[in-house]
Design a protein around this ligand. Structure first.
Ligand code: BGC
Length: 314
Protein backbone atom coordinates (compact mmCIF):
# COMPACT_ATOMS: atom_id res chain seq x y z
CA UNK A 1 0.00 0.00 0.00
CA UNK A 2 1.29 3.49 -0.85
CA UNK A 3 1.93 6.12 1.78
CA UNK A 4 -0.92 8.54 2.61
CA UNK A 5 -1.07 12.20 1.47
CA UNK A 6 -0.89 15.24 3.72
CA UNK A 7 -2.80 18.50 3.30
CA UNK A 8 -2.99 21.67 5.39
CA UNK A 9 -5.56 24.45 5.04
CA UNK A 10 -4.29 27.80 6.37
CA UNK A 11 -7.12 30.03 7.57
CA UNK A 12 -7.19 33.42 9.25
CA UNK A 13 -7.32 31.86 12.72
CA UNK A 14 -6.29 28.20 12.39
CA UNK A 15 -4.24 25.80 10.30
CA UNK A 16 -6.05 22.48 9.87
CA UNK A 17 -4.01 19.50 8.68
CA UNK A 18 -5.23 16.09 7.53
CA UNK A 19 -3.66 12.84 6.39
CA UNK A 20 -5.61 11.08 3.65
CA UNK A 21 -5.41 7.42 2.64
CA UNK A 22 -5.84 6.13 -0.93
CA UNK A 23 -9.60 5.80 -0.46
CA UNK A 24 -9.82 9.50 0.48
CA UNK A 25 -10.46 8.73 4.16
CA UNK A 26 -8.91 10.92 6.87
CA UNK A 27 -6.44 8.87 8.89
CA UNK A 28 -4.82 11.75 10.78
CA UNK A 29 -5.67 15.28 11.80
CA UNK A 30 -4.09 18.21 13.64
CA UNK A 31 -4.70 21.91 14.28
CA UNK A 32 -2.55 24.89 15.16
CA UNK A 33 -3.34 28.59 15.62
CA UNK A 34 -2.30 30.65 12.56
CA UNK A 35 0.51 32.98 13.67
CA UNK A 36 1.24 36.40 12.15
CA UNK A 37 3.79 36.85 9.39
CA UNK A 38 5.45 34.63 6.79
CA UNK A 39 8.34 33.15 8.84
CA UNK A 40 6.07 32.19 11.72
CA UNK A 41 3.55 30.60 9.35
CA UNK A 42 6.31 28.47 7.76
CA UNK A 43 7.49 27.38 11.25
CA UNK A 44 3.96 26.35 12.18
CA UNK A 45 3.33 24.50 8.90
CA UNK A 46 6.66 22.65 9.10
CA UNK A 47 6.03 21.55 12.68
CA UNK A 48 2.43 20.44 11.93
CA UNK A 49 3.45 18.58 8.75
CA UNK A 50 6.33 16.80 10.47
CA UNK A 51 4.25 15.76 13.44
CA UNK A 52 1.35 14.45 11.31
CA UNK A 53 3.74 12.59 8.99
CA UNK A 54 5.55 11.02 11.97
CA UNK A 55 2.23 9.80 13.42
CA UNK A 56 1.52 7.73 10.28
CA UNK A 57 5.06 6.61 9.48
CA UNK A 58 5.59 9.03 6.55
CA UNK A 59 3.55 10.62 3.75
CA UNK A 60 4.00 10.62 -0.02
CA UNK A 61 3.03 14.24 -0.77
CA UNK A 62 2.42 17.57 0.97
CA UNK A 63 -0.11 20.19 -0.17
CA UNK A 64 -1.07 23.56 1.29
CA UNK A 65 -4.22 25.65 0.74
CA UNK A 66 -4.07 29.38 1.47
CA UNK A 67 -6.48 32.30 1.01
CA UNK A 68 -5.52 34.90 -1.57
CA UNK A 69 -3.73 35.16 -4.89
CA UNK A 70 -1.50 32.07 -5.06
CA UNK A 71 0.78 31.73 -8.09
CA UNK A 72 1.23 28.43 -9.90
CA UNK A 73 4.63 28.08 -8.23
CA UNK A 74 3.37 28.67 -4.72
CA UNK A 75 3.89 32.37 -3.99
CA UNK A 76 1.11 34.21 -2.08
CA UNK A 77 0.94 37.57 -3.83
CA UNK A 78 -1.84 39.08 -1.70
CA UNK A 79 -4.16 37.78 0.98
CA UNK A 80 -6.82 40.22 2.22
CA UNK A 81 -7.97 38.07 5.15
CA UNK A 82 -4.52 36.94 6.34
CA UNK A 83 -2.50 39.66 8.03
CA UNK A 84 1.09 40.65 7.27
CA UNK A 85 1.45 38.38 4.28
CA UNK A 86 2.38 39.64 0.79
CA UNK A 87 4.69 38.20 -1.83
CA UNK A 88 5.27 35.19 0.39
CA UNK A 89 6.96 32.18 -1.32
CA UNK A 90 5.35 29.70 1.03
CA UNK A 91 5.86 26.74 -1.35
CA UNK A 92 9.63 27.24 -1.71
CA UNK A 93 10.18 28.11 1.97
CA UNK A 94 8.28 25.09 3.23
CA UNK A 95 9.86 22.77 0.64
CA UNK A 96 13.32 23.88 1.85
CA UNK A 97 12.32 23.21 5.47
CA UNK A 98 10.79 19.79 4.78
CA UNK A 99 13.33 18.73 2.15
CA UNK A 100 10.59 17.69 -0.29
CA UNK A 101 8.31 19.28 -2.92
CA UNK A 102 5.22 21.11 -1.67
CA UNK A 103 2.15 21.87 -3.81
CA UNK A 104 0.28 25.10 -2.98
CA UNK A 105 -3.03 26.49 -4.22
CA UNK A 106 -5.82 28.82 -3.19
CA UNK A 107 -7.97 27.51 -0.30
CA UNK A 108 -11.23 27.51 -2.31
CA UNK A 109 -9.54 25.83 -5.28
CA UNK A 110 -8.46 23.14 -2.81
CA UNK A 111 -12.05 22.94 -1.55
CA UNK A 112 -13.47 22.29 -5.03
CA UNK A 113 -10.78 19.67 -5.66
CA UNK A 114 -11.95 17.88 -2.52
CA UNK A 115 -15.70 18.14 -3.20
CA UNK A 116 -15.14 17.09 -6.83
CA UNK A 117 -13.00 14.06 -6.04
CA UNK A 118 -14.49 12.80 -2.76
CA UNK A 119 -17.46 15.03 -1.81
CA UNK A 120 -20.65 16.68 -3.10
CA UNK A 121 -19.55 17.08 -6.73
CA UNK A 122 -18.28 13.59 -7.59
CA UNK A 123 -18.95 12.89 -11.28
CA UNK A 124 -19.74 16.54 -12.17
CA UNK A 125 -17.94 18.07 -15.17
CA UNK A 126 -18.89 21.76 -14.70
CA UNK A 127 -19.23 22.95 -11.16
CA UNK A 128 -18.42 26.06 -9.13
CA UNK A 129 -17.59 25.99 -5.42
CA UNK A 130 -18.49 29.09 -3.42
CA UNK A 131 -17.08 29.18 0.11
CA UNK A 132 -19.03 31.57 2.33
CA UNK A 133 -16.86 32.34 5.35
CA UNK A 134 -15.02 35.46 6.53
CA UNK A 135 -14.55 36.16 2.80
CA UNK A 136 -15.92 34.42 -0.28
CA UNK A 137 -13.73 31.97 -2.13
CA UNK A 138 -14.30 30.35 -5.51
CA UNK A 139 -13.13 27.10 -7.08
CA UNK A 140 -13.99 26.09 -10.63
CA UNK A 141 -14.16 22.81 -12.50
CA UNK A 142 -14.97 23.29 -16.21
CA UNK A 143 -14.98 20.64 -18.93
CA UNK A 144 -14.01 18.12 -16.24
CA UNK A 145 -10.78 19.95 -15.38
CA UNK A 146 -9.72 22.03 -12.42
CA UNK A 147 -9.35 25.60 -13.72
CA UNK A 148 -6.27 27.50 -12.49
CA UNK A 149 -5.86 30.50 -14.83
CA UNK A 150 -2.77 31.97 -16.47
CA UNK A 151 -1.17 32.80 -13.12
CA UNK A 152 -3.11 30.49 -10.82
CA UNK A 153 -5.48 33.28 -9.69
CA UNK A 154 -8.77 31.84 -11.02
CA UNK A 155 -11.83 31.98 -8.81
CA UNK A 156 -11.40 35.29 -6.95
CA UNK A 157 -15.17 35.64 -7.06
CA UNK A 158 -15.40 37.35 -3.65
CA UNK A 159 -13.67 40.37 -5.15
CA UNK A 160 -15.98 40.83 -8.11
CA UNK A 161 -17.17 44.41 -7.51
CA UNK A 162 -20.93 44.74 -7.40
CA UNK A 163 -21.03 48.40 -6.26
CA UNK A 164 -17.99 50.61 -6.94
CA UNK A 165 -19.23 53.03 -4.25
CA UNK A 166 -19.97 50.26 -1.75
CA UNK A 167 -18.26 49.55 1.60
CA UNK A 168 -14.44 49.32 1.68
CA UNK A 169 -12.93 45.86 1.33
CA UNK A 170 -9.65 44.62 2.89
CA UNK A 171 -8.44 44.06 -0.71
CA UNK A 172 -8.17 47.87 -1.01
CA UNK A 173 -11.19 48.42 -3.25
CA UNK A 174 -14.91 49.00 -2.60
CA UNK A 175 -18.14 47.08 -2.94
CA UNK A 176 -16.74 43.57 -3.45
CA UNK A 177 -19.29 40.73 -3.42
CA UNK A 178 -17.80 39.39 -0.17
CA UNK A 179 -18.78 42.62 1.63
CA UNK A 180 -22.42 41.54 1.09
CA UNK A 181 -22.63 37.77 0.85
CA UNK A 182 -20.00 36.34 3.27
CA UNK A 183 -20.21 35.75 7.02
CA UNK A 184 -18.85 39.23 7.63
CA UNK A 185 -21.26 40.53 4.94
CA UNK A 186 -24.22 39.06 6.84
CA UNK A 187 -23.11 40.83 10.02
CA UNK A 188 -22.68 44.10 8.11
CA UNK A 189 -26.16 43.85 6.57
CA UNK A 190 -27.59 43.23 10.05
CA UNK A 191 -25.67 46.16 11.59
CA UNK A 192 -26.87 48.49 8.85
CA UNK A 193 -30.46 47.38 9.34
CA UNK A 194 -30.11 47.65 13.12
CA UNK A 195 -28.93 51.25 12.98
CA UNK A 196 -31.79 52.33 10.69
CA UNK A 197 -34.53 50.45 12.50
CA UNK A 198 -34.42 48.69 15.89
CA UNK A 199 -33.82 45.00 15.36
CA UNK A 200 -34.57 44.33 19.01
CA UNK A 201 -33.92 40.62 19.33
CA UNK A 202 -30.74 40.60 17.20
CA UNK A 203 -29.26 43.58 19.10
CA UNK A 204 -30.22 42.03 22.44
CA UNK A 205 -28.40 38.79 21.46
CA UNK A 206 -25.35 40.90 20.55
CA UNK A 207 -25.27 42.37 24.08
CA UNK A 208 -27.15 45.61 23.42
CA UNK A 209 -24.99 47.51 20.92
CA UNK A 210 -25.97 47.37 17.21
CA UNK A 211 -22.28 47.79 16.33
CA UNK A 212 -21.51 44.42 17.97
CA UNK A 213 -23.98 42.39 15.87
CA UNK A 214 -22.44 39.24 14.38
CA UNK A 215 -23.72 36.68 11.89
CA UNK A 216 -24.39 34.17 14.69
CA UNK A 217 -26.80 36.63 16.36
CA UNK A 218 -28.84 36.86 13.16
CA UNK A 219 -28.88 33.08 12.79
CA UNK A 220 -29.90 32.58 16.40
CA UNK A 221 -32.77 35.09 16.18
CA UNK A 222 -33.90 33.64 12.83
CA UNK A 223 -34.11 30.17 14.39
CA UNK A 224 -36.40 31.63 17.06
CA UNK A 225 -38.63 32.88 14.22
CA UNK A 226 -37.78 36.58 14.69
CA UNK A 227 -39.20 38.38 11.62
CA UNK A 228 -36.46 41.07 11.51
CA UNK A 229 -33.77 38.37 11.44
CA UNK A 230 -35.61 36.46 8.73
CA UNK A 231 -35.76 39.70 6.68
CA UNK A 232 -31.97 40.13 7.02
CA UNK A 233 -31.47 36.51 5.93
CA UNK A 234 -33.74 37.09 2.94
CA UNK A 235 -31.66 40.14 1.92
CA UNK A 236 -28.48 38.14 2.42
CA UNK A 237 -29.95 35.35 0.24
CA UNK A 238 -30.61 37.93 -2.46
CA UNK A 239 -26.96 39.07 -2.49
CA UNK A 240 -25.70 35.46 -2.58
CA UNK A 241 -28.12 34.66 -5.41
CA UNK A 242 -27.11 37.74 -7.40
CA UNK A 243 -23.50 36.53 -7.43
CA UNK A 244 -24.55 33.00 -8.38
CA UNK A 245 -26.67 34.35 -11.25
CA UNK A 246 -23.69 36.40 -12.50
CA UNK A 247 -21.40 33.36 -12.26
CA UNK A 248 -23.95 31.34 -14.22
CA UNK A 249 -23.66 33.86 -17.05
CA UNK A 250 -19.89 33.47 -17.14
CA UNK A 251 -19.44 29.75 -16.54
CA UNK A 252 -22.75 27.96 -17.27
CA UNK A 253 -22.19 25.34 -14.52
CA UNK A 254 -24.42 22.31 -13.92
CA UNK A 255 -24.16 22.90 -10.16
CA UNK A 256 -22.87 25.14 -7.42
CA UNK A 257 -21.43 23.71 -4.21
CA UNK A 258 -21.87 26.13 -1.32
CA UNK A 259 -19.37 25.65 1.50
CA UNK A 260 -17.50 27.58 4.20
CA UNK A 261 -18.70 28.37 7.71
CA UNK A 262 -22.17 29.52 6.63
CA UNK A 263 -22.91 26.17 4.96
CA UNK A 264 -23.28 24.70 8.46
CA UNK A 265 -26.64 26.58 8.67
CA UNK A 266 -27.69 25.63 5.13
CA UNK A 267 -31.30 25.09 6.23
CA UNK A 268 -31.64 28.81 7.04
CA UNK A 269 -30.27 30.08 3.73
CA UNK A 270 -31.20 27.60 1.04
CA UNK A 271 -34.84 28.76 0.67
CA UNK A 272 -34.06 32.48 0.21
CA UNK A 273 -31.04 31.80 -2.02
CA UNK A 274 -33.02 29.41 -4.21
CA UNK A 275 -36.00 31.78 -4.50
CA UNK A 276 -33.86 34.78 -5.46
CA UNK A 277 -31.64 32.73 -7.75
CA UNK A 278 -34.67 31.62 -9.77
CA UNK A 279 -35.75 35.26 -10.10
CA UNK A 280 -32.33 36.75 -10.87
CA UNK A 281 -31.13 34.22 -13.48
CA UNK A 282 -30.88 35.40 -17.06
CA UNK A 283 -33.66 33.76 -19.13
CA UNK A 284 -34.84 31.56 -16.23
CA UNK A 285 -37.70 30.05 -18.24
CA UNK A 286 -35.49 29.03 -21.13
CA UNK A 287 -32.54 27.28 -19.51
CA UNK A 288 -31.77 24.45 -17.09
CA UNK A 289 -31.13 25.92 -13.64
CA UNK A 290 -27.83 24.93 -12.02
CA UNK A 291 -28.36 22.75 -8.91
CA UNK A 292 -27.65 24.50 -5.63
CA UNK A 293 -25.96 21.95 -3.38
CA UNK A 294 -24.05 22.14 -0.12
CA UNK A 295 -20.54 20.89 0.58
CA UNK A 296 -20.29 17.54 2.34
CA UNK A 297 -16.73 17.82 3.68
CA UNK A 298 -17.53 20.75 5.97
CA UNK A 299 -14.49 22.41 7.52
CA UNK A 300 -12.21 19.68 6.08
CA UNK A 301 -12.74 20.57 2.40
CA UNK A 302 -9.69 22.87 2.12
CA UNK A 303 -7.29 20.48 3.87
CA UNK A 304 -8.55 17.39 2.02
CA UNK A 305 -8.22 19.26 -1.29
CA UNK A 306 -4.70 20.38 -0.35
CA UNK A 307 -3.81 16.71 0.18
CA UNK A 308 -5.16 15.94 -3.31
CA UNK A 309 -3.22 18.75 -5.06
CA UNK A 310 -0.38 16.51 -6.22
CA UNK A 311 -2.99 14.51 -8.17
CA UNK A 312 -5.22 17.31 -9.49
CA UNK A 313 -2.34 19.60 -10.52
CA UNK A 314 -0.94 16.97 -12.92
C1 BGC B 1 -9.69 35.70 -0.85
C2 BGC B 1 -9.73 34.37 -1.57
C3 BGC B 1 -10.12 33.28 -0.60
C4 BGC B 1 -11.40 33.64 0.12
C5 BGC B 1 -11.77 32.61 1.17
C6 BGC B 1 -11.03 35.95 -0.20
O1 BGC B 1 -11.00 37.16 0.47
O2 BGC B 1 -9.40 36.74 -1.76
O3 BGC B 1 -8.48 34.08 -2.14
O4 BGC B 1 -10.27 32.07 -1.30
O5 BGC B 1 -11.31 34.90 0.73
O6 BGC B 1 -10.75 32.44 2.10
Amino acid sequence: MSLPRLGIDVGGTKCLGVVLDDAGQRVGEGRRATPRGAEAIVDTLAELAESLAADVGGVRSVGIGMPGLVTRDGVIKASPNLRDVADFPVGAMLAARLGRPVEVDNDATCAIAAEWKVGAAIGRTDVVMVTLGTGIGGGIVANNRLVRGANGFTGEIGHVVIDPDGPPCPCGRRGCWERYASGSGLARLAREAAVGKRLNRIVELAGGDPEDVRGENVQHAAREGDSDALAVIDLFGKWVALGLANLTNVLDPEAFVLGGGLAASADLYLGPIQRWFTRLLYAPDLRPHPDLTFATLGEYAGAVGAALLADVHQ
